[in-house]
Write a protein that binds this ligand. Structure first.
Ligand code: PGA
Length: 311
C-alpha cells in the first residue's frame, strides 16, 4: 500500500533513534514523501533510504592452530552432509567460510571444489608479496592456493605477535591487492571495558580503514570480537554486541557515507555456539559470526550456519 511520508514521520524517526544509531527512514518505491518532509529530513540529518539493505550473512569458522589432514577430510564430508539435511539452500543464502591453518589450504581447496561453494579464509598474511621474510606467508600465494578471505588483526595476533594498527593497515591493503577479502577484527579487553574505554578502543582500531583508499576499504568485513569473550564461554550480551555494532556503523556512516555504511558487513565473534547463535543472528545490524572453538565440530558449525537462514 502506498504511504504518505510527512514531517511528523521524520520527527518520529529522530525521536526514536538512539544517540549511537543513524537516523534512517526506509520507504518503499511507491511511497510519496512530501516536499516539506524531504526538507526537514535534510535539516535534521535523517537519511531517506528506498529499501532496507539486505546484506548476505557471512559465517566463518576460525580453526586457529588446530586440525590436520585427517581432520579436514572428515570435516568437509560432515559439514556438507549435515547442511544437506538441515539447510540445503545454505550455499546460496549464506557465505560459508572456513579458515584452516595455512598448510591445509590447498587440500581444503581440492576437497571443497563443487558447485556448493564453501570459501577458504587464511588466518593471517604478510604485508609483502615476497622477499626475505622467513616464516611469513605471502597473500599472493594464499590466493593462488585457494584462499579468498583473510583474517587480519585477530586479537591473538595483536597480543602474541605485537601486531600494531599500522601493520594492520598495510596488511589490509596488501591482502586486497592480491584478491583476498580481509576480515578486520577489532575488540576491547576486559579491563578496557571495565574502565569504560570500549568506544575509544573500537573507534581507534576501526580508524585504520580510513587510512587506506576508499576503494580498498569497501572490500573489508568487520568482526567485532571482544577479547574477553574469545574462548571463554562467556559471549557478550545482545545489548553489548548491538551497542558496539551501532557505534561501528555510525562512525562509518559519518566518515564514509550512507551507501558505505549500509553495505559493509559486521560480524560478531567470541564464544559463539549452536545455542547462542540464534539470539545473535537476530541482533539488528549483525551480519554473521566468526566462530572459533565451536566451529571445530562440523555438525555444530552447520547448526550455527542454519540459524542465519533468512527469516
Ligand atoms: P571462540 O573464538 O569462538 O573460540 O571464542 C572466536 C575467534 O577467536 O575468532
Amino acid at each position: 500500500m502506498r504511504k504518505f511520508i510527512t514531517s511528523d514521520d521524520i520527527r518520529k524517526i529522530l525521536k526514536n533513534t538512539k544517540s549511537n544509531e543513524r537516523p534512517i527512514i526506509y520507504i518503499n518505491k511507491n511511497d510519496v514523501i512530501t516536499a516539506e518532509a524531504k526538507d526537514l529530513a535534510k535539516t535534521l540529518g535523517v537519511i531517506i533510504s528506498y529499501e532496507e539493505i539486505k546484506r548476505k550473512p557471512f559465517i566463518c569458522a576460525n580453526f586457529k592452530m588446530n586440525g590436520n589432514l585427517g581432520f579436514i577430510e572428515k570435516y568437509i564430508v560432515e559439514l556438507k552432509s549435515t547442511l544437506a539435511q538441515i539447510y540445503p539452500n545454505a550455499y546460496s543464502e549464506i557465505d560459508i567460510v572456513i579458515a584452516p591453518q595455512a598448510p591445509l589450504i590447498p587440500i581444503t581447496y581440492s576437497l571443497i571444489k563443487s558447485k556448493e561453494k564453501i570459501y577458504i579464509c587464511a588466518q593471517n598474511c604478510s604485508i609483502k608479496e615476497s622477499g626475505a621474510l622467513t616464516g611469513e606467508i605471502s597473500p599472493k600465494l594464499l590466493n593462488e592456493c585457494g584462499a579468498e578471505y583473510v583474517i587480519i588483526g585477530h586479537s591473538e595476533r595483536r597480543q602474541n605477535f605485537n601486531e600494531t594498527d599500522s601493520m594492520i593497515a598495510q596488511k589490509l591493503k596488501s591482502a586486497i591487492d592480491f584478491n583476498l577479502t580481509p576480515i578486520l577484527c577489532i575488540g576491547e579487553t576486559y579491563s578496557e571495558r571495565q574502565n569504560k574505554k570500549t568506544n575509544d578502543v573500537i573507534l581507534k582500531m576501526l580508524s585504520v580503514i580510513y587510512t587506506i583508499p576508499i576503494e580498498y576499504a569497501k572490500k573489508i568485513i568487520i568482526a567485532y570480537e571482544p577479547v574477553w569473550a574469545i574462548g571463554t564461554n562467556n559471549n557478550a550480551t545482545n545489548e553489548e554486541i548491538s551497542e558496539v555494532c551501532n557505534l561501528i556503523r555510525k562512525d562509518i556512516f559519518e566518515k564514509l557515507g550512507v551507501d558505505f555504511s549500509n553495505n559493509i558487513r559486521i560480524l560478531y565473534g567470541g564464544s559463539v555456539n549452536a545455542i547462542n547463535a540464534l539470539e545473535i543472528s537476530q541482533i539488528k545490524g549483525i551480519d554473521g559470526v566468526l566462530v572459533g572453538l565451536s566451529s571445530l565440530n562440523a555438525i555444530e558449525f552447520a547448526k550455527i550456519i542454519s540459524t542465519f537462514k533468512p527469516k
